[in-house]
Design a protein around this ligand. Structure first.
Ligand code: HDE
Length: 710
């Protein structure tokens, strides 16, 4: 596929700005002086910027504290030291209880056409109007410093800075949720996070407390199917779908309401890695996703996601065999097709991770006129939780004044004071109604008005009976997967339940799986060595058979393209220059990145004695980091490579991870040593033409036939 010209970056990404230079660590002044303690100082910089305390006082020595004599005690008087260390001591704020590990980016949203027929939201009226956005992607269970690649749901939260106030779409990469009622959320999260006595496991669901809880909660079965599928192992944050999960409302200018579900669709399609690969990546590059997003944006390969809706009225909703207020249910696209309403482009990395990605405060209750809530009991609970959590996380009620949270439209009210207030309001009037300040803020007829609903008067702690079918949609999901995806789901259940030492919990889960589909239950039971041991479970409502939904399968919609992916080529002294050049050109045209890997980082010389610049040393770049690999070495240096255990593992792992492998004739023995069995994903690269063939094959799917049966 020809490489598309990169869209124009927003002005602030230009490489020439001081911030961009700073990011790339371009020194302002390369001259260094040696200080009294041997430290290398930059001397007073070309910019003439003086280092000061927080009060603006110039600092004369940033290396030594104030003490009595050179070997005496440090003085309490040293206010410069105390200010610096005190600030440092308080650098951390409480991390998010869930979604602590996140990566963010700035960008913009453009509607495809006016959506006035459904909503009066200003940012959805005019395709010419760009709305700035900030997106934060996250894992759920792990702490802020955990790795990027556990098997976990991913958060997909977007803040739209619209002309009518901020709209936050706080979703995930799965269209359903584990529970039906906010009351259960603290228990769900407690069971999922590290066990409270031992403090492990971090960031993963493969432990007894989680499976104990969900096995007692049949409503979680649908999301468990998704969680055990490849959806929870995304290849990168750029290759992930996103979902608003709940049913929302859109309200038009006449006050007419339509139900909507929100979907994000990555322009490059959804892609996942394999489980053994995720395990390896977490070890070698725990920042794999964060780095990928950052680097893609830095090089101008801006991630783009289409925003789509499923819109339907209440009469249509009433005809579905499930309740649209139930967040454990999806609406198959085959029943209500997706309509793309606009596109988000992420084109700017944060200037500061803490100030932006950490301090951004999302809240599903941040809506704009024209968007409203449904009575989904989970959504209703969220409307309380997100404001509440920011009070402790960001220290008080003024977090909306932080630059990343501030609306980009005028904002006026009479809320005052509180910790860390930044605005300095003037005048004596801080109340409303008032007559002393006739020009002050007043209510508006165009402001947000809640959709008038006419709910019954009963106050009850009950769920509707229409929420009671917990197995039909898990069955729908299972039946909509192809054989490869089903195999992955089975092996994920076998892995996770294999970590559960309590037999009763495993038996209970097998009972649920048998109701979802007997084949699924039997295969997982076999994998655990527990055939015939499922606990008999009586479903609250017997499942029905729904039509398959091919749209739920990632592999059925796999895009045959290398665009946005990274391919590694292992080279050594004497590698064929023409083939390397052909690979570089072909991959570039396909929109892929080429990473040159060699035994040594300092560079090697090709067959024409020209220096080849190396991106990674072999030891630091295992093949799990790349989407496909090739080994291009010459006869003369081949023996050294064949005898290098890192090179053998490099190829063996790529084979095990079902990747397409290219090799020059001299590398044939390396493939033998890595126990590679020739199949249609092993391509000999003996000529420039063959290099093109390998690129074409690498654009297709992995060679899943290499996987063991499950
Ligand atoms: Fe959240 N959730 N959640 N959640 N959630 C938070 O808010 C909560 C739920 C989601 O990148 C917290 O600021 C409750 C569903 C994302 O900053 C907290 C309930 C969905 C993010 C919170 C839910 C989500 C959060 C933690 C059940 C998918 C990260 C820090 C009623 C539609 C946003 C914070 C970011 C974050 C509570 C259920 C998605 C504690 C009580 C369903 C993507 O307020």
């Amino acid at each position: 596929m020809p490489k598309k010209p990169a869209p124009k970056a927003s002005p602030r990404t230009a490489a020439t700005t001081p911030k961009a230079r700073q990011r790339r660590n371009v020194p302002a002044d390369p001259t260094a002086a040696v200080g009294p303690g041997g430290e290398l100082h930059q001397t007073a910089g070309a910019g003439g910027i003086v280092l000061t305390t927080n009060q603006g006082l110039a600092i004369s020595d940033n290396q030594s504290s104030l003490r009595i004599g050179t070997r005496g005690p440090t003085l309490l008087e040293d206010f410069v030291l105390r200010e610096k260390v005190t600030h440092f001591d308080h650098e951390r704020i409480p991390e998010r209880i869930v979604h602590a590990r996140g990566s963010g980016a700035h960008g913009y949203f453009e509607p495809r056409a006016s959506l006035a027929r459904l909503t009066r939201a200003a940012f959805l009226q005019d395709p010419k109007v760009r709305t700035p956005v900030f997106a934060r992607f996250s894992t759920v269970a792990g702490g802020a410093g955990s790795g990027d690649m556990p098997r976990d749901v991913r958060g997909f939260a977007v803040k739209f800075y619209t002309s009518e106030g901020n709209f936050d779409l706080v979703g995930i990469n799965i269209p359903v949720f584990f529970i039906q009622d906010a009351m259960k959320f603290p228990d769900l999260v407690h069971s999922l996070k590290m066990e409270p006595d031992r403090g492990f496991p971090q960031a993963g669901s493969a432990h007894a407390t989680f499976w104990d809880f969900v096995s007692l909660m049949p409503e979680s079965m649908h999301m468990l199917m998704w969680a055990m599928s490849d959806r929870t192992l995304p290849r990168s944050l750029r290759f992930m779908e996103g979902f608003g999960v709940h049913t929302f409302r859109m309200i038009d200018a006449r006050g007419h309401s339509t139900f909507v579900k929100f979907h994000w669709r990555p322009r490059q399609g959804a892609q996942s890695v394999l489980w053994p690969e995720a395990v390896a990546i977490n070890g070698v590059d725990p920042d794999y996703h964060r780095r990928d997003l950052w680097e893609a944006i830095e090089r101008g390969d801006f991630p783009r996601f289409d925003l789509a809706i499923q819109a339907f009225d209440e009469d249509t909703a009433a005809e579905f065999p499930f309740d649209v207020l139930d967040p454990t249910k999806l609406i198959p696209e085959e029943l209500v097709p997706l309509e793309v309403i606009g596109t988000m482009t992420l084109d700017r990395n944060p200037d500061n991770f803490f100030a932006e990605t950490e301090q951004v405060a999302f809240h599903p209750g941040h809506v704009v006129p024209g968007i409203d809530f449904s009575n989904d009991p989970l959504l209703q609970g969220r409307l309380f939780s997100y404001l509440d959590t920011q009070l402790s996380r960001l220290g008080g009620p003024n977090f909306h004044e932080l630059p990343i949270n501030r609306p980009r439209c005028p904002m006026h009210n009479f809320q005052r004071d509180g910790i860390a207030r930044m605005q300095v309001p003037t005048g004596r009037v801080n109340y409303e109604p008032n007559s002393l300040d006739p020009s002050g803020p007043r209510e508006s007829g165009h402001g947000f008005a809640s959709y008038p609903s006419n709910e019954g008067p009963d106050k009850i702690r009950e769920r509707s009976e229409t929420f009671a079918d917990h197995y039909s949609q898990p069955r729908l999901f299972w039946r909509s997967m192809n054989a490869i995806e089903q195999r992955h789901i089975v092996s994920a259940f076998v892995f996770e339940l294999g970590k559960v030492e309590v037999e009763a919990v495993r038996r209970r889960m097998l009972g649920h799986l048998a109701i979802i589909e007997s084949d699924l239950g039997e295969r997982v039971a076999k994998g655990l060595g527990m055939t015939g041991m499922a606990q008999a479970i009586a479903p609250a409502r017997s499942p029905i058979d729904m039509d398959r939904s091919p749209a739920l399968s990632i592999l059925a919609r796999y895009p045959p393209s290398l665009s946005g992916r990274t391919v590694a080529v292992l080279v050594a002294d004497g590698s064929d220059a023409a083939i390397i050049a052909a690979l570089r050109k072909g991959l570039n045209e396909a929109g892929a990145r080429i990473a040159i890997v060699a035994p040594r980082i300092a560079g090697v010389r090709d067959g024409d004695k020209q220096l080849i610049a190396i991106d990674h040393a072999l030891t630091g770049a295992p093949s799990c980091l790349f989407d496909a690999i090739a080994v291009v070495i010459a006869e003369k240096t081949a023996p050294a490579i064949h005898g290098d255990p890192d090179a053998v593992t490099w190829v063996a792992d790529a084979f095990r991870h079902c990747k397409v492998i290219g090799y020059s004739p001299a590398a044939a023995e390396l493939l033998d040593r890595a126990r590679v069995a020739i199949d249609d994903g092993i391509v000999a690269i003996g000529s420039v033409r063959a290099a093109t063939k390998w690129i074409a094959r690498a654009s297709g799917a992995r060679v899943f036939a290499r996987e063991p049966a499950q």
